[in-house]
Design a protein around this ligand. Structure first.
Ligand code: IDP
Length: 149
């Protein structure tokens, strides 16, 4: 079963959007298998955003993500990686489609509420960066037969 890493960034937490965001993934039918509330260390943030190390916004991004608590999550389900990216919307909330998390709830690229893994390989790496294996819970939701034929 496919898994992805999602993180509600400090702006999403400060704005009280954590419940709204979790609700969207729950009601869509995906399964929560890992959840933690933490203030990421600089080391964790720099590793997480390592691909952006050369970009001009890298320092600000690391500063921001380490500035407050984030809700780090692992969600499971068929096609969850691509579906979550679709539900999150484009990187810039101003151009993200209405109906997406960023399109409905944000206005600025540096305050775009949520992170979601962009591909199977990054999902695997990000899950193991943020979670230990024993922190992930494999379980069978009773709703499964009502979500899948
Ligand atoms: P994504 O979060 O939609 O996958 P990425 O291109 O991977 O977008 O960028 C990672 C994060 O870096 C974005 O979510 C955003 O917070 C930040 N970011 C990207 N481009 C800019 C920019 O031009 N200015 C400020 N922050 C940016």
């Amino acid at each position: 079963m496919e898994r992805t890493f999602l993180a509600i960034k400090p702006d999403g937490v400060q704005r009280g959007l954590a419940g709204e965001i979790i609700r969207r993934f729950e009601t869509k039918g995906f399964t929560l298998v890992g959840l933690k509330f933490l203030k990421p260390s600089r080391e964790l943030a720099e590793q997480h955003y390592a691909v952006h190390r050369q970009r001009p916004f890298f320092a600000g991004l690391v500063e921001f993500i380490t500035s407050g608590p984030v809700v780090a999550m692992v969600w499971e389900g068929d096609g969850v990686i691509a579906a979550a990216r679709k539900m999150i919307g484009a990187t810039n909330p101003l151009t993200a489609e209405p109906g997406t998390i960023r399109g409905d709830l944000g206005i600025n690229i540096g305050r775009n509420i949520i992170h979601g893994s962009d591909a199977p390989e990054t999902a695997k790496n990000e899950i193991s960066l943020w979670f230990k294996e024993e922190e992930l819970v494999s379980w069978q939701p009773h709703l499964t037969p009502w979500l899948h034929e």
